[in-house]
Design a protein around this ligand. Structure first.
Ligand SMILES: NC(=O)c1ccc[n+]([C@@H]2O[C@H](COP(=O)([O-])OP(=O)(O)OC[C@H]3O[C@@H](n4cnc5c(N)ncnc54)[C@H](O)[C@@H]3O)[C@@H](O)[C@H]2O)c1
Length: 349
């Protein structure tokens, strides 16, 4: 059965991942695309197919559309994704699921009421090295994880966004809401939950708008750097750093320290995963690079979304996963603003 898909928002993520991966999928027809900037929509349609719709509502209400990718800007997700689910479409929603917990809850409730698939694009879970690392951790390769550090940083969204200037929406509080924390940090807290198979319960963070300037030359309204200390349910403690000012190489590494050794993921020049045991034994695995801004590889997200639709199965990243990642990142922002350690569990201040 062919699944007819619409893409809403034709910026960088739609061009780099959603549209090419739909276009390559044997069971997908890219039926419609929409962007408030009609030239962007036309360019995407020309490269990958589909008709240009006049509005996003036209796509979500269209009887011949089965599923949509919500690649709009953060502040629109809870509006577009909710409306699409209520109209009976399956939705692959970009991260962050929403800019507020209430927005995320509206989306999750709409998915539950419609019975349609809702998947959130925390694509780091589908990176082969991360899947393999989780498997190795579950098999006890490094024993019980006691501590960890994870980093995600690059030179900033003004080098990535389709609007490659410092007037990008990523720098506006009303649109991005959570700055670098909602852009890069949310990926890493979701990844930690996935790798460790447990939740993050407490966070303490420092953050600032240290370097980026808006189009008026003023410091941006959101954080461009954040460093967190995290505590998990089982008591493991670690750090997580997120940055839009890593001006040399991009960093997307994670290191886990267990009571039987350590595991480096994208943190060794020689291997994608390197395990070093307490005995000194060293195991190196090459399983494929992670996508970077300059080097896009197939994310696997579209395959996973389409498979969940075809099999009517639970998607690999659920709305609830998106909500937890948002709650943890909101707690980190609150900690940075208040100077206090914050529980990530709603209702526990
Ligand atoms: N999963 C990932 O790794 C990843 C990577 C980058 C971005 N993203 C997410 O994807 C989303 C889009 O980011 P991007 O990098 O493509 O940004 P971008 O700036 O390149 O593009 C955003 C696009 O959204 C369009 N848009 C604005 N308002 C809209 C509306 N009301 N309806 C529909 N489209 C609208 C803009 O015109 C623009 O073309 C964001 O939520 C972002 O967080 C995810």
């Amino acid at each position: 059965m062919t699944i007819r898909v619409g893409i809403i928002g034709c910026g960088s993520i739609a061009n780099q991942r959603h549209a090419p991966e739909y276009a390559n999928h044997p069971h997908v027809e890219l039926a419609f695309v929409y962007d408030p900037n009609p030239e962007r929509a036309a360019r995407l349609a020309e490269r990958f197919g589909g008709k240009v719709a006049k509005s996003w509502e036209e796509i979500v209400d269209h009887p011949h559309v089965d599923a949509i990718s919500d690649c709009s800007t953060n502040e629109m997700h809870h509006i577009i994704t909710t409306r699409a689910l209520r109209a009976g479409k399956h939705v692959l929603c970009e991260k962050p699921i929403a800019t507020t917990r209430e927005g995320a809850k509206t989306i999750i409730d709409a998915a539950a009421a419609s019975g349609k698939i809702l998947m959130i694009d925390h694509n780091q879970r589908l990176v082969a090295a991360h899947e393999m690392a989780r498997q190795m951790l579950q098999e006890g390769e490094i024993g019980k994880v006691l501590s960890f550090k994870t980093n995600f940083g690059h030179k900033g969204p003004e080098y990535w966004s389709v609007n490659a200037t410092n007037s990008t929406w990523f720098f506006k509080k009303s649109r991005s809401a959570l700055g670098v924390a909602g852009d890069l940090g949310i990926h890493k807290v979701d990844l930690l939950r996935f790798l460790l198979d447990e939740d993050i319960v407490e966070v303490s963070a420092y953050a600032g708008a240290l370097d980026k300037k808006d189009e008026q030359g003023k410091p941006i309204e959101v954080f461009d750097n954040m460093v967190c200390i995290l505590r998990t349910e089982s008591g493991a403690i670690g750090t997580a750093s997120f940055s839009w000012t890593y001006y040399g190489d991009e960093d997307n590494s994670t290191v886990l320290y267990g009571d039987k050794g350590m595991m480096k993921i994208f943190a060794s020049p020689d291997a994608d995963i390197e395990v070093v045991k307490t005995t000194g034994e060293r195991k190196q695995s090459k399983v494929g690079a992670i996508q970077t801004n300059d080097n896009q590889t197939t994310s696997g997200v579209i395959d996973a979304f389409i498979q969940a639709i075809q099999q009517n199965s639970r998607p690999v990243i659920t709305g609830e996963d998106g909500m937890r990642a948002l709650e943890i990142i909101q707690a980190a922002v609150e900690s940075a603003e208040s100077g206090k350690s914050v529980s990530t569990l709603p209702g526990e201040g």
